[in-house]
Design a protein around this ligand. Sequence first.
Ligand code: PGA
Length: 250
Amino acid sequence: MRKQIVAGNWKMNKIFSEGIELINEIKQKAGTVNQTLLVVAPPFILTTEAVKMLKDTNIGVATQNCSNKPEGAFTGEVSAQMVKSVGANFVILGHSERRAYYHETDELINEKIKISLENNLVPIVCCGEVLKERENNEHFQVVAKQIKGMFDSISSDDFKQVILAYEPVWAIGTGKTATPEQAQEMHQFIRETIKNSYGSEIASNLSILYGGSCKPGNAKELFANPDVDGGLIGGASLKADDFIAIANSF
Ligand code: PGA
């Protein structure tokens, strides 16, 4: 049985004190959540503190990125080994904002996935088309290409650790959500694509999260789909009540 997961991508929000407050609130309210793995991804400056604060809970801690390099003269970068060394277990990779603003390619993301796996971090890997690609009816093709590039030469054993997130770029932070049908057909397509490369057992155990304006008001209908295993939540993860309400939407 694959895991239900709700992960909160805080992006570049919350200074240290505000972050501590939000982690505390999530921790207090998470008691109502059953069977769903919660993961928080605050900015790097909060990673260590988040791990400490959440150590006796089932809530996982992720970073929003890591370097493709192991160590050395790469000013401003944070390595997968460093992330692991403070006790975080997850890392979000390939987010569309990283692609759009920091020019990350499938090739670079592939290197990051590999180095994360070498350091026993679970990568939460994002894929998704931009509006123009959907309008041109190229969305399946685009996502298939991203998956092919990002998982190039990644073994079945390694792929078993991976979590995927489908995030149609036109739905991120726009208030425009994919319809449950659009989410389901893409998630099903992704699972089929993975099945073709890694076999049916790995595909059926893979958690595929939906991301893009997911909120308490629409999470239920999205999560009701057989191939939607949870959410990668941006804006709504910055309010503990909304984040927990989404986690309780299965
Ligand atoms: P959003 O962001 O929920 O604010 O649309 C989702 C994401 O980018 O992961």
